[in-house]
Ligand binder design. Structure first.
Ligand SMILES: *[C@@H]1O[C@H](CO)[C@@H](O)[C@H](O)[C@H]1NC(C)=O
Length: 485
């Protein structure tokens, strides 16, 4: 290798390898490094096989860093937390003023802010860049969410514009998100929304399978059909695929053999914690997290199912006659309406954080860069972008005129599905909590007057009145005591 490369990538697990190959394929010479030398060889080999891509492997950090043209740009893709600090320490030892480090992992945004500060003190630029799309996205076009130093973003803008997913009519799925840890934060909420989407889809599956008695073949057909309309999305598409895949170890379909225990890595939990910290209601996302916790209690659920055997779900279900076709259509509408609530929650969380941190997030622009490459990519995001284009100050997606109309059209079907599920003993925490969110948000008056009265009664927390300004306190206890005499 004679000339210097344009960019470096350290950390060659699957995501790193694929992103490096993607960058090289777009014509940017890339240096790659991993402490484990076999990973370097593997990546170099793949670059050869995939068409002699301009990718060069290095076994030691110093020659890796020096192979990159100045100002140097290095993307690191290692496990979040300590490994990121260690990799930064190793590489930055050879880097110079004006060079730039980009962390592409699912990092907690405050870690990014801490590192950006540390790097700034040493004259280095820093970006925390959310990368979504899994292995396939990394290789063929992910959604990229870079936040941090704007100068650093400018250094890689030409690369990320080409490497990211390209969506006709809306452009490359990348934008400068904002300062500090905003890129990581936006990716975190993206993942929280992804939790919600997956939970809602699983509830649709549960209702159709256990109340509608649909077979896997029928489910495949239903989800394929849904993927042609307003629900068109990556997650609905792969769901249809899953129902068609036969077990390779025994008879039947693979999905029926998968243990009902969902794993998690933390971004969903962080999303819910942040929502609580910022007093933003995010019940759909929270219920998807709770569902994962409950799924983990497999052994306890097996025991509980025995305890509640008599009068259980099967008994209730056998007394139901359902119109399959109508149920399928109702569930489609319930899924869509719930999804609007879930995205409304995620967007409101992003806005609240943006206000707190002064990030100036553009919600419509975020919807745009999620239209391709990432796991939550969906035709529906175009509608969200349009809603924020119509009104960037929109208080809640639910009250956008277009979405409001869709909610009104779907609420009857939505209520039918939730009622049916409740009566059948099939839990639909995502759909039910979405509906409760909608029903609370759309009501002028809530029973919160009673809660506030109780608070003033026992804790003198005062209350406001509907008919005059000011803070009031009443000696509820005294008055109640007198009236008891
Ligand atoms: C190299 O690869 C190993 C896995 O084989 C990984 O644990 C490590 O973090 C990678 N990254 C770097 C920068 O060495």
């Amino acid at each position: 290798m004679a000339a210097q490369t344009r960019i470096g990538l350290a950390g060659l697990a699957v995501m790193g390898q694929n992103l490096a190959l993607n960058i090289a394929e777009k014509g940017f010479a890339v240096s790659v490094y991993n402490r484990t030398t076999s990973k370097v060889d593997e990546t170099v080999e793949r670059a050869k096989e995939e068409g002699n891509l301009p990718l060069y492997g290095f076994y030691d950090p110093e020659s890796f860093v020096q192979s990159i043209q100045k100002p140097r740009v290095i993307i690191i893709l290692v496990k979040a937390g300590r490994p990121v600090d260690e990799t930064i320490k190793t590489l930055s030892a050879y880097m110079e003023k004006g060079d730039c480090i980009i962390d592409g992992g699912n990092e907690w945004y405050e870690n990014t802010e801490r590192r950006e500060k540390e790097m700034t003190e040493r004259g280095l630029l820093y970006l925390g860049m959310g990368v979504s799309g899994g292995e396939e996205g990394a290789r063929n076009g992910p959604s990229l969410m870079p936040g941090g130093s704007f100068e650093a973003f400018k250094n890689i803008e030409d690369i990320v514009l080409k490497v990211s997913a390209q969506v006709p009519d809306s452009g490359p799925c990348v934008t400068y998100i904002g300062t500090g840890g905003s890129g990581n934060f936006v990716k975190m909420v993206h993942n929280g929304i992804e939790y919600g989407d997956m939970q809602l889809i699983s509830e649709a599956y549960d209702v159709l399978k256990n109340i509608g008695k649909l077979s896997n073949d029928e489910l495949k057909e239903v989800f394929s059909e849904w993927n042609k309309g307003e629900l068109l999305s990556f997650l609905v598409e792969i769901t249809a695929d899953i129902f068609g895949i036969k077990d390779d170890k025994a008879d039947g379909y693979l999905v029926d053999k998968v243990l009902d225990k969902t794993g998690m890595k933390g971004t969903g939990k962080w999303t819910v914690q942040q929502a609580a910290d910022l007093s933003v209601a995010a019940p759909t996302i929270a219920s998807s997290l709770d569902s994962r916790f409950l799924s983990g209690l497999k052994e306890e659920r097996v025991q509980a199912a025995k305890v509640f055997k008599s009068g259980g779900v099967d008994e209730i279900l056998s007394n139901q006659a359902v119109d399959k076709k109508k149920l399928i259509d109702d569930v489609r509408q319930a899924l869509y309406a719930s999804k609007i609530c879930s995205y409304a929650q995620g967007m409101n969380l992003l806005r609240a954080k943006s206000v707190e941190k002064g990030w100036g997030l553009k919600l419509g622009e975020l919807a745009r860069i999620w239209k391709g490459g990432c796991i939550i990519r969906a035709i529906f995001l175009d509608r969200i972008k349009q809603a924020y284009d119509r009104n960037s100050e929109l208080a809640n997606l639910l009250v956008d005129p277009e979405f409001a109309k869709e909610m009104i059209e779907r609420q009857a079907a939505w209520r039918r599905v939730v009622c049916l599920a409740v009566n059948a003993g099939i839990s639909t925490p995502g759909m039910s909590s979405s509906l409760a969110y909608f029903d609370s948000y759309r009501r002028e008056s809530l029973p919160a007057n009673l809660v506030q009265a109780q608070r003033d009664y026992f804790g003198a927390h005062t209350y406001e009145r509907i008919d005059m300004p000011g803070a009031f306190h009443t000696e509820w206890f005294k008055i109640a005591k007198q009236s008891k005499i």
